[in-house]
Design a protein around this ligand. Sequence first.
Ligand SMILES: *Cc1c(COP(=O)(O)O)cnc(C)c1O
Length: 390
Amino acid sequence: MKKQTKAIHTHFQLRDAYNALSMPVYHTAAYEFENATEMADTFCWRKYMPDYSRVMNPTVMFLEDKVKELTGAKDVIAFSSGMAAISNTLICIAQAGRNIVSSRHLFGNSYSLITSTLKRFGVTPKLCDLTDTKAVEQLVDENTCCIFLEIITNPQMEVADLRALSKIAKAKGIPLIADTTLIPFTQFDGRALGIDIEVVSSTKYLSGGATSIGGLTIDYGNCDGFGTRMRREILLNLGAYMTPHVAYMHTIGLETLDARYRLQSANALSLAQRLSKQKAVKHVNYIGLPDNPYHQLARSQFGDTAGAMITIDLADKEACFRFINRLKLIRRATNLFDNKTLAIHPASTIFGPFTDEERRSMDVHDTTIRLSIGLEDVDDIFDDIIQALE
Ligand SMILES: *Cc1c(COP(=O)(O)O)cnc(C)c1O
């Protein structure tokens, strides 16, 4: 079966008592057992059945199974947010005295997790330009526990060479962990590119209508002991498992992901091309444009679509604020890959709490507006941008 068919037709692990066609939402904390032996077997992982919804729930397992089918992963764990997937994964891999090699170009909370939270527990951040393979090779040492990156950085739109980073990671015997939120995992083969563990904010493309917050850790099984520790220690002790209601909504989202993504990325490409010709727009950053420095590399890694996030640069911060205030159709909001087109000024919002110097080191500029392109008719989105620019 092709991926889109699997997204629709993956079956429940156990048949529903009423043959419900849609996965029932199992709103239950606990599960009853036939006898003491069955209970003991389940609690000690000899039997794969849910015992308590902090670690297993049939509705959440159904979403995990679908993602497993679509990615070919060994295991998938669903979390209460993208940040929970990232923090649980890094806590599972890291320990005091070791370091994480990553970039300054990171989602704001991932940056803060690595440079503040984990640092307080003795894990050292080692940040460099991950597009500079030589620099990465020099930075990785015997205490490095992983290389962590985002496949397209936000809002810089930088793309690192995953195959080259995977070679370095493999030579050192450490995992390459990639946040793949910016391109759906249905569009490319993360494992073939050498990613060992993917982390995803399912809040974004998967949920579709921006219904709810969730995250996924997709484990290809290359990292010795990782899967077992995640399921038997981290998930239990940190308690950040996805709730069944969110799993239900993200499963519905997953079924229409391919259709939505194709339209959103086509809308984004069309707008990027048209906005490149506008005088008030100083620069359009979109890896789908052939003159983008990462265009060829991105194509070789992620195929012929480039996602639905575009950034545009205007004259200065005031011009950006004026533009945002004049928007009529496009919504002023922070999410990505909502069905609705959204606009935000990253420097004053997501990266607002950082100092000027930190923002400079992250290449987050006052002149940049981030657009997440939705499912509206592309002409209506374009018209709104044009009237707001005038
Ligand atoms: C949104 C986002 C996150 C965080 O996900 P939440 O679901 O909001 O916790 C992490 N990484 C990237 C690239 C994101 O866009």
